[in-house]
Design a protein around this ligand. Sequence first.
Ligand code: AMP
Ligand code: MN
Ligand code: MN
Length: 321
Amino acid sequence: MNDAKLFFDNIKNSKNICLVSHKNPDGDSLGSLLMLNEYLKNINKQVDVFVEGKIPYNYETFISKDTIKFEYDNIKFYDLLIVLDCGDESRLGIFSRIINNSSKIICVDHHVTNTNFADINIVDSDISSTGELLFKLFKAANKEITKKMAEYIYISIITDTGKFTYSNTSGETYKAVGELVDLGIDILQINNNLYNSKPIKIVKNFIQIISDIEFYYNNRFGIAKVTQAMLLENKMNMDDIDGVVEFIREIKEVEISCIIKEINSNEVKVSLRSKNDIDVSEIAKTYGGGGHKRAAGFTFNKSIEETKNEILGTLKTILGE
Ligand code: AMP
Ligand code: MN
Ligand code: MN
């Protein structure tokens, strides 16, 4: 695998390395950042890891203090910038500035909408997660994966495959996870932290959001909304809203599920999920977003209601009678 050689040669030739991923972190962005950070620290590289947005509560226990920085001072230059789990520069948010302050950029990613913006693009849209892609690179280069690194790869894979249920879960994914388990990771403890640790207030808020689901097109489209008022009332943060759009997809008749999150009165974040063959990344792309076939998103400068009507209009040709 040429990619692996390129990847590790560039690391070898760099002293100062920066790791970034997309804003609003998820299991795969954090898992792959932390895994690579662990490796680079072990081989004595100077590493900075930047994340824009709040770390969701269920990942906090996996991150030791001061590992992640949330602000970049604009002065520091890097020999190498490694962008993980991010398909385009704009998704780097405030840290897209680091691109101009780095001698070389490598992107390791699995988004089908990746724009090949880096100097070296190691992109495989068929693979489950960026974590699995890193695993593959490490194996191809015969590099040791420690137990700690294995834990982080496992977090990437289990979260991006929806606990091994999505179609991106391949035989290779299961084989990789088999090796990770053999390295001694404690899957019960990791899974309990990831999935069985919801604060009561978050569950109550979830129920409130779910109770207002609307259905269209013969129940084939299900949509929920989160307003800032709702968050204020429940003393919640938008970053704490998770799993709603996947929950709606669990409904038998639903083919496409959606959640619209109000950022402010004129900006929303939309998440789309599909169950079968409808490619929601194509829909997200028409609004400047992206993602994968069955999980995609975009931001939109309209109110919740206007956004909902816009999406209903787009879906009419796909789901309408
Ligand atoms: P989310 O709905 O935020 O969970 O994201 C689902 C998938 O779509 C993830 O792979 C995201 O990286 C991708 N995605 C979400 N929002 C955007 C966006 N604005 N631009 C590009 N990709 C996005
Ligand atoms: Mn991600
Ligand atoms: Mn991912």
